[in-house]
Design a protein around this ligand. Structure first.
Ligand code: TYM
Length: 336
């Protein structure tokens, strides 16, 4: 019987600051997989250049994201944390996969359509190709499981289609990865526009609770969150603002939404409710912020985590890449 552990791969973009949606919908759940899976967690700096950005800020936020990964519980001794641009293979595999991916399927991706609509004429080809690079991130590690928030589910499904197409074209090579979306916290919405997801790239920074916001800022944003008409504190479709706050509170504390609704019965108005949500968010994020501060100042520790992660990730990536290039019909690279 094989004792090999199944492989988990997932990533986040280092654009801007990570927010509580990234934590509750993604990173926190990754930390629970460390004991049972061989885990690879990437920081996808190459995806981050598909939208306008400032190079110096990308460099800084890539390191910040790494420090936050560790502060959120991704122990580098028990998983591999790596920067996408440090591992040879992501873009090489993306090119090969792109050649078996129908163009129409990329044009139909919801996230591409949204971003393309917003960017108009300025939209670049990288944005269209983005899901192929994401498929390469996953398949390069031959991952069994990909934990993501709701918004990335479509991209993982496309990755399965691409893997299937490659296997059919060239013979069995890739496992078809399963997607795992958490039951609570998979879609945290903007505090200012609860019809939309909380997003790093939102122009209105009051809509997002960033992991590194000071407690007073977190409180202020929650107190000024958009709520709905009426005064009932219940999770219901016609009350997206209140539902979002209840979801955050529930995901932050592990208490079911029904129990929280019950606890709010008798409160007068939304203000005391928001204060309870703020208390829960501050207690959740304070320990993460303390751990982040200690690590962000320790440059040599960060450098050693990066080096160790890149080496382990590269080792697995080479294995897949050489198999794929052989199957694709490329002549074997000369050995040094
Ligand atoms: P990114 O950087 O936007 O988000 C990182 C993770 O956070 C989840 N997430 C959310 N969850 C709940 N509520 C929200 N408001 C919210 N916003 C974001 C995302 O679903 C994701 O799990 N394309 C990916 C990065 C990527 C990737 C990959 C992921 C590149 N290659 C390979 C998995 C596997 C992205 O932009 O995630």
């Amino acid at each position: 019987m094989s004792t090999e552990r199944k492989v988990v791969l997932t990533c986040a973009q280092p654009t801007g600051n990570l927010h509580i949606g990234n934590y509750l919908g993604a990173i926190r759940n990754w930390a629970e997989l460390l004991d049972d899976y061989e885990c690879y967690f990437g920081i996808v700096d190459m995806h981050a250049i598909t939208v306008p950005y400032v190079p110096a800020e990308l460099r800084r936020s890539s390191l910040d994201t790494l420090a936050l990964y560790v502060a959120c519980g991704l122990d580098p001794e028990r998983c591999r944390l790596f920067l996408q641009s440090h591992v040879t293979g992501h873009t090489e595999l993306a090119w090969i996969l792109g050649c078996v991916t129908p163009l129409g399927q990329l044009e139909r991706m919801t996230q591409f359509k949204d971003k393309a609509r917003r960017q108009g004429e300025r939209v670049n080809a990288g944005l269209l190709y983005y899901p192929v690079l994401m498929a390469a991130d996953i398949l390069l590690y031959n991952a069994d499981l990909v934990p993501v928030g709701e918004d990335q589910k479509q991209h993982v499904e496309l990755c399965r289609d691409i893997a299937h197409k490659f296997n059919n074209t060239y013979s069995e090579t890739f496992r078809l990865p399963d997607v795992y979306v958490p039951s609570t916290g998979a879609r945290i919405r903007s505090l200012q526009d609860p019809e939309r997801k909380m997003s790093k790239s939102d122009d209105n920074t009051n809509g997002a609770l960033y992991l590194l916001d000071e407690p007073r800022v977190l409180r202020k944003k929650i107190m000024s969150a958009v709520t709905d008409s009426g005064s009932e504190i219940v999770a219901r479709e016609d009350k997206p603002g209140v539902t979002n706050l209840l979801t955050i509170w529930s995901a932050a504390t592990g208490r079911p939404i029904a129990e929280l609704e019950e606890a709010c019965r008798g409160l007068s108005g939304y203000a005391p409710f928001k204060e309870l949500v703020a208390d829960a968010v501050v207690s959740l994020l304070e320990p993460i912020q303390l751990r982040y501060k200690a690590l962000a100042e320790d440059k040599s520790r960060l450098e050693s985590i990066i080096a160790q992660g890149a080496e382990a990730a590269q080792k697995r990536a080479w294995r897949t890449l050489s198999k794929v290039t052989r199957k694709t019909g490329f002549v074997e690279r000369p050995r040094k």
